[in-house]
Design a binder for this molecule. Structure first.
Ligand SMILES: *[C@@H]1O[C@H](CO)[C@@H](O)[C@H](O)[C@H]1NC(C)=O
Ligand SMILES: *[C@@H]1O[C@H](CO)[C@@H](O)[C@H](O)[C@H]1NC(C)=O
Ligand SMILES: *[C@@H]1O[C@H](CO)[C@@H](O)[C@H](O)[C@H]1NC(C)=O
Length: 236
């Protein structure tokens, strides 16, 4: 019965197409990103400098991605749980976008993230709990390096220096803050928790003249080795 044979062959081909399409889809690099999955330990997905505008992407980000670069992609927000399936993600770059505040679950599920680079921040962003909600870094228990970068000199700076947002970062070793505001904003209690913090850098505009001793009093539990002030020329 040739008819039946052809039918089975057709069915077999169809199955193959479906299976290989499914498989292919899972392995494809999302448009318009560049991917490098060649090196054994690293899966790099680099979408920087190509407009994406919104997450999620049409093609899912491969699950074994370890480095994800989304800088300068015109993103205006990071939706809740945007990366929560990327359990192996170690480094995430999201600066240079139009993001003015994060959702409290923007970075949910990133248990293994070691580096988070938010710089450069949007020029109109504030350094307060509206922009960086208190639960934002709740899951980032492996984070070692956090970069905010500089901020406009008119930005609102939260009392306590966002200490409630940073308090869960027990493994944090290095942080780059926007410049210290003039006047009197001591670091808040949450910094008591940062028992791994070794390097604090302020990335600033203008000069740092008004530092008072008690500003840093709460950091006495941190094993600080390096405190730096980077002053950049910046004409707004
Ligand atoms: C990660 O996934 C991609 C796409 O699915 C695959 O090509 C690559 O071999 C995988 N790399 C590792 C290190 O598992
Ligand atoms: C992504 O690509 C850009 C431009 O090619 C490059 O400057 C950047 O360093 C890359 N990001 C990563 C994490 O390798
Ligand atoms: C500081 O760490 C302790 C556990 O070590 C935790 O219970 C507490 O909630 C943390 N503080 C904040 C503000 O997250």
């Amino acid at each position: 019965m040739p008819g039946k044979g052809y039918f089975l062959l057709y069915l077999w081909c169809l199955m193959n197409v479906i299976v290989s399409c499914g498989g292919f889809k899972a392995q494809r690099c999302p448009v318009p990103c560049h991917c490098d999955f060649k090196s054994l330990s690293q899966g790099i997905v680099n979408c920087s400098y190509s407009p994406i505008r919104a997450l999620p992407l049409d093609i899912p980000i491969p699950l074994n991605t370890t480095v994800l670069d989304l800088r300068y992609t015109s993103l205006s927000e990071i939706p809740p749980n945007a990366f929560s399936q990327l359990e192996g993600l170690k480094a995430l770059y999201v600066g240079g976008n139009s993001i003015k505040h994060f959702h409290k679950d923007s970075f949910a599920g990133l248990w293994n993230l070691e580096l988070l680079d938010l710089s450069p921040l949007h020029w109109d962003m504030n350094f307060d709990y509206e922009a960086f909600p208190t639960n934002l870094f709740r899951d980032l228990i492996s984070l070692e390096v956090l970069m905010f970068g500089r901020m406009s000199s008119s930005a609102h700076i939260q009392q306590g220096y966002l200490d409630q947002t940073l308090a869960p970062l027990h493994q944090l070793q290095q942080v780059t803050f926007p410049s210290l505001p003039d006047g009197d904003t001591p670091f808040g209690r949450g910094y008591n928790n940062l028992t791994s913090l070794k390097t604090v850098v302020f990335h600033g505009v203008g000069s740092v003249t008004n530092i008072r001793k008690h500003t840093f009093a709460i950091l006495k539990n941190c094993p600080i080795e390096r405190l730096a002030f980077l002053v950049v020329d910046w004409t707004p």
